[in-house]
Design a protein around this ligand. Structure first.
Ligand code: ADP
Length: 268
């Protein structure tokens, strides 16, 4: 919103003068309200799986003399608790990324390596979903950054592509240099995103059309995490999508300026 919050202090200086001190607190008010929303969302997001775990535990107790039921409930209990663990992990990750301004440590990172690790992390899921991951080959590009975080961002894009793609489709993952940037793109032939929702997918906890998303058991945090990782690297992330045809998510990272980014090995 466009409100400006001023904190005003008044002091008398003798009998003739009054001193007014005004401090612009707009930013801290904004951060406070972002924090409140975040906490409210988290509570909401955690309620469902916690409730499910409770109900399943009760069901397990009352089904104790029916082995088949016990197995069924125990499996669902395991699944719900894994979901809970994943959401919690993602919340921790996101709040860390949100409070970080830039990167704690950056080094030269081989982008092909980032992509191949992220692809490997999704192989099993892709096989199970019967989709094919196609790598665009070798680019030999490096960026300055945090390898673990970059893998996390690319992994989120690929795992979404897998989740939102039907069987027997392909997911292309490519790297290229363009206009002073390094682009990593993930293209799927999946369900696509409705035009009026495409701008919102990077918001925390946002999930387009719950009916389509619910069965995947996601948290709605993956893209938000990817966006923060990329922003902390000085880059940006974009999406192009067509409902029913597929989506392309593109991460753009600043190219290394080799004049500046010389290794500093001789600094002893
Ligand atoms: P999650 O996948 O856990 O729901 P994300 O933040 O990763 O959360 O994604 C937010 C939403 O964006 C998803 O719920 C889904 O509706 C939509 N989305 C993300 N990636 C894709 C994709 N490749 N194809 C179609 N929809 C997608």
């Amino acid at each position: 919103d466009a409100n400006i919050y001023l904190f005003v202090r008044v002091a008398r200086l003798g009998s003739r003068y009054v001193l007014l001190l005004a401090e612009d607190r707009t930013e801290s008010y904004r951060l406070e309200s972002v924090r409140r929303d975040f906490v409210a969302n988290i509570s909401h997001e955690l309620k469902t799986p916690i409730g499910a775990v409770g109900l399943l535990a009760e069901a397990l107790v009352s089904a104790s003399d029916e082995p088949e039921q016990v197995t069924r409930f125990a499996k669902r209990l395991t699944k719900e608790s894994q979901r809970l663990a994943r959401i919690t992990q993602e919340i921790i990750e996101l709040s860390r990324l949100q409070s970080a301004d830039g990167l704690a440590q950056a080094e030269l990172v081989d982008v092909d390596h980032v992509v191949s690790v992220a692809i490997d992390q999704n192989r099993v899921a892709a096989d199970l979903s019967r989709v094919t991951l196609v790598s665009g080959g070798v680019s030999n590009v490096e960026v300055f950054g945090d390898e673990t975080l970059l893998v996390l961002a690319v992994d989120n894009l690929i795992s979404n592509a897998v989740q939102y793609s039907p069987e027997n489709t392909r997911i292309g993952i490519g790297v290229r240099q363009r206009a002073g940037a390094v682009e990593i793109s993930v293209t799927d032939q999946g369900v696509g995103i409705p035009e009026d929702e495409v701008d919102r997918v990077f918001e925390r906890f946002y999930r387009s059309d719950p009916a389509r998303s619910r069965h995947t058991g996601g948290s709605g945090l993956g893209l938000s995490i990817a966006k923060h990782v990329v922003q902390n690297h000085g880059g940006d992330i974009r999406v192009w999508s067509q409902l029913g045809h597929g989506s392309t998510f593109t991460i753009r990272l600043p190219e290394i300026d080799h004049a500046v980014a010389q290794p500093t090995g001789d600094k002893k």
